[in-house]
Design a protein around this ligand. Structure first.
Ligand code: ADP
Ligand code: MG
Length: 524
């Protein structure tokens, strides 16, 4: 056991043994840095990316330090039912050599069963805030023996409006408890929450994004016209034929619509979002985990923190609204240092968001062309050839031989093989592509702000001449001009915007000094 690097952190031996059984040999950064803090008894704020092993980071020291008194000693709050179940399962695995009762409580499941289990005596409760509060109100959840309180995915719980529930639950726990807060991001409300409910000497362990394990994820984007979104997705699905992929949409409605569209084209997909029943979501998730469902379409919230091994692809059907979500999404693949692929569909409108994602994550997202129908067909043919070769190698063809001989009496072998391949090819759901190649989207114009306006005697002609004089660009690259009293806007082709921004400021038009900036979109 001494060769397991977890054994140097001060954890109980039984716990290190359970970790070894799971095949973990090396603590992740958040585990390495936060476990000693938690073991020291200090309150902790832990910030690290999704998929970095936060569950074990708090569970292991809790199991190690927990007293053997009766009653609930650890209370873990998680934003969704799926996460509560997942944390519950992980703790079961990590505590397998301990005699502990772990229970998950969440809405949508029979409260009576949860009450009965609580009556039998439980050491660790994992649950969603709403159901916990419900159980507290019914006087079935007694928190006066709580030694550890964990807020897992705290940012997401706040996003989902659980703040009042959380505060209320906190007020039912002993003040001398040890509080651990884990979050992928640290927005202001989290800092406030921590300040109010954690000891003043709480320690912060923050793992920088640069140490993200996204390096093993190959990230690409595809420039498309909005009207080609569905077709571009289908082409990518057909080309890569992913084993296990999550496709992200912005909204619940978007999920429903895409599920319908893909199903009607013959793809085996299912959706997951917050409006679906608990049972439905768990069934879908289980199918996805077991591999009987290979394409899952989800919203950010529904997929948040979901831990499924072996996700090969993440598709951003819609780009997310913020950078954090992007990192979360693509973190669903490439877990546990495996390789993964992340594809983003980007329209000219999304381009600014993409740039921001690239800047903040400092990761390289490569532009690729949407595969052509020809490329997809060739790839499929190639796959078919290797499949047949595999089948021949595997043998056990005896029972097909008589029919094969019958065919061979009347046809030449090449025609027979081609015929069989056609049947197979036609059977695979292949999108009816609109063209071999999807046309590329028009470059978006960049809107520039000029600090001169009508009041300065500005006319479109004066402005165009000014720009032409200083940059020698072709007037045809200058688009719409909007003249206001004090300033004006000029839309120009992206290719020349930098030149204009470089050369045009500093001059004068009718004695007024000219300043140029990229227009703030909302300024209009
Ligand atoms: P997070 O809460 O940070 O999103 P999880 O706790 O869900 O991450 O862990 C992600 C996955 O990594 C889980 O499958 C977990 O069992 C696994 N894992 C955790 N710690 C390690 C480790 N030290 N080595 C290998 N796998 C680990
Ligand atoms: Mg987690």
């Amino acid at each position: 056991m001494s060769d397991n690097q977890f054994s140097t952190l001060g954890l109980k031996e039984s716990v290190v043994k359970a970790i070894s059984d799971l095949g973990f040999t090396k603590p992740s950064q958040i585990q390495e840095q936060s476990i000693p803090v938690t073991l020291s008894g200090a309150d902790l704020i832990g910030q690290a990316q999704t998929g970095t092993g936060k569950t074990a980071a708090y569970s292991l020291p809790i199991i190690t330090k927990m007293s053997d008194k009766k009653g609930i000693k650890a209370l873990i709050l998680a934003p969704t039912r799926e996460l509560a179940v997942q944390v519950n399962d992980e703790i079961q695995r990590l505590s397998k050599y301990e005699n502990l009762e772990v229970l998950s409580v969440y809405g949508g499941d029979s409260i009576d069963r949860q009450i009965k289990a609580l009556r039998r005596g439980v050491d660790i409760v994992v649950g969603t805030p709403g159901r916990m509060l419900d159980l507290i109100k019914r006087k079935c959840l007694h928190l006066d023996s709580v030694e550890f309180l964990v807020l897992d995915e705290a940012d997401e719980m706040l996003n989902m409006g659980f703040i009042d529930d959380i505060e209320s639950i906190l007020s039912h726990t002993p003040a001398e408890r040890q509080t651990l807060l884990f979050s992928a991001t640290m927005p202001d409300p989290i800092a406030k929450l921590a300040k109010r409910y954690m000891k003043p000497d709480a320690k912060l362990v923050s793992i920088k994004r640069s140490s993200l394990t996204v390096s093993k994820i190959e990230q690409s984007y595809f420039m498309i016209n909005n009207k080609h979104r569905l077709e571009a997705l289908c082409r990518l699905l057909d080309l890569d034929n992913p084993n296990s992929a999550i496709i992200f949409c912005k909204t619940k409605r978007g999920v429903d619509e895409l599920v319908q569209e893909l199903q009607s084209k013959g793809y085996m997909v299912e959706g997951m979002h917050g409006d679906m029943t608990q049972a439905h979501r768990l069934t879908t998730l289980n199918k996805f985990k077991e591999g009987t469902l290979s394409l899952l379409i989800a919203t950010d919230v529904a997929a948040r923190g979901i831990d499924v091994d072996g996700v090969t692809h993440v598709f951003n059907y819609d780009l997310p609204q913020d950078v954090e979500s992007y990192v979360h999404r693509i973190g669903r693949t490439g877990r546990a240092n495996r390789e993964g692929t992340a594809y983003s569909l980007v329209t000219p409108k999304d381009f600014a968001m993409l740039k921001q994602i690239q800047n903040v994550t400092k990761s390289s997202i490569t532009q690729k062309p949407v595969p052509t129908a020809e490329e997809i067909k060739n790839k499929k043919f190639k796959d078919m050839v290797s499949e047949v070769e595999e089948a021949i190698k595997a043998g056990e063809l005896t029972k097909f031989i008589p029919s094969a001989m019958e065919l061979a009496e009347n046809h030449d072998p090449i025609s027979i093989i081609a015929g069989l391949m056609k049947i197979k090819f036609d059977n695979e759901s292949v999108f009816d592509y609109s063209a071999n190649k999807l046309d590329a989207p028009k470059k978006e114009d960049v809107r520039l702000f000029f600090s001169v306006g009508k009041r300065d005697g500005l006319t479109p002609k004066v402005l165009i001449n000014y720009i032409k004089d200083r940059t020698r660009v072709n007037a045809s690259t200058i688009g719409q001009i909007d003249l206001m009293e004090n300033f004006s806007f000029v839309s120009v082709d992206e290719s020349i915007s930098k030149k204009i921004l470089d050369k045009c400021p500093g001059g004068k038009i009718n004695k007024k000094k000219v300043n140029v900036e990229v227009a703030n979109k909302r300024k209009r």
